[in-house]
Design a protein around this ligand. Structure first.
Ligand code: SF4
Length: 318
């Protein structure tokens, strides 16, 4: 399988596209994640022809509308950026990206808490979204997105990557053509994964599929609604409790083939993970070993046990 594609603000890849001619390389992406993902850099400000280096621009609120402007010259780039963002977003979707990492604080790329100035006032409120990011996320709410600042937290990085992998599998399944049966199979394959990340998502998404097919909705439309709802549920960071619960579900399936001691040992390790005494990698490694030994390896188990590439080492840090 090809590497999943990940859209990235180009400066985070070290491209020298910032207003001052510098890059802002985020090495986790360029040196580690790049082994598993194809990183696709986009610089919206260069994309609208601003060049590098260039004057700084900012978000300014005027008449209840937020504009993207050069505060010194007064040049307004709002319409240009909206048009570029619409075209570039569609191009990225057509290229098959499975997620996007945005540069924080940027008036073009920031996802949250971007400074918004009120015209004529020196102070800003940190309550805005960069204009390119706003258009992208509004047009494509089914794509997982994050700012690079959050990736320094292993919990957030692992969870985001799991969402990207989930999206990538959905995209690949869709290439064969969506049907009711294929969507149900995809949902079932990921049911333990969903249960571990967002306990209500498995049930809610199952209902969404059932209602949509009862109403005769086209499978392509259902598939998009499914992924939009799934990513909205997955947008909340996972906790140890639901993950430990899913581990116990897997253990329940293999326990008839284990000795009493093996079963108790596994339960103890899960409990220690739940208490924060062990990293997630400890129970998952033991569980993987037991599942394999009992001949119970299947897609449902492997989607839950290995939702992100092991070599990234994130499981040992969460
Ligand atoms: S934050 Fe966005 S617009 Fe600014 S340099 Fe990076 S990619 Fe370009």
């Amino acid at each position: 399988m090809d590497k999943p594609k990940l859209g990235v603000s180009a400066c985070l890849l070290g491209h020298k596209v910032r207003y001052n001619g510098d890059g802002a390389e985020y090495r986790n992406l360029t040196r580690t994640w790049s082994h598993h993902l194809e990183l696709v850099g986009v610089c919206p400000e260069v994309g609208i022809g601003m060049g590098t280096p260039r004057p700084t621009i900012r978000l300014v609120k005027r008449d209840d509308q937020v504009h993207l402007v050069n505060p010194k010259s007064g040049d307004d780039y709002t319409q240009q950026m909206i048009e570029y963002a619409q075209l570039q977003s569609d191009a990225l979707i057509n290229a098959g990206i499975c997620g996007f990492v945005f540069k924080k604080d940027s008036p073009s790329c920031g996802l949250e808490r971007v400074r918004v100035y009120t015209e004529g006032q020196p102070q800003a409120r940190r309550n805005g979204t960069g204009l390119f990011a706003l258009v992208f996320t509004t047009l494509h709410p089914h794509i997982p997105v994050i700012e690079e600042g959050r990736l320094s937290d292993p919990l957030q990085a692992e969870h985001f990557l799991a969402r990207v992998e989930f999206f990538s599998l959905w995209l690949n399944e869709g290439k064969k053509g969506w049907s009711a049966a294929r969507l149900m199979r995809f949902h079932n394959t990921n049911k333990l994964f969903l249960l571990s990340r967002s306990p209500s998502a498995k049930r809610d998404l199952g209902r969404l599929l059932a209602h949509a097919f009862e109403n005769g909705t086209h499978p392509d439309t259902v598939a998009l609604e499914y992924m939009t709802a799934a990513q909205k549920s997955l947008n909340v960071l996972t906790k140890p409790g639901p993950i430990a619960h899913a581990m116990e579900r897997v253990l329940g399936r293999v326990s008839s083939k284990l000795t009493r001691t093996e079963r108790q040992e596994m339960l103890d390790v899960i409990h220690e993970y739940r208490q924060g005494l062990l990293p997630r990698s400890a129970p998952l490694t033991l569980l993987r070993h037991l599942v394999r030994r009992c001949g119970m390896e299947n897609e449902i188990h492997s989607r839950f046990i290995s939702p992100t590439p092991l070599s990234l080492g994130l499981m040992a840090k969460v």
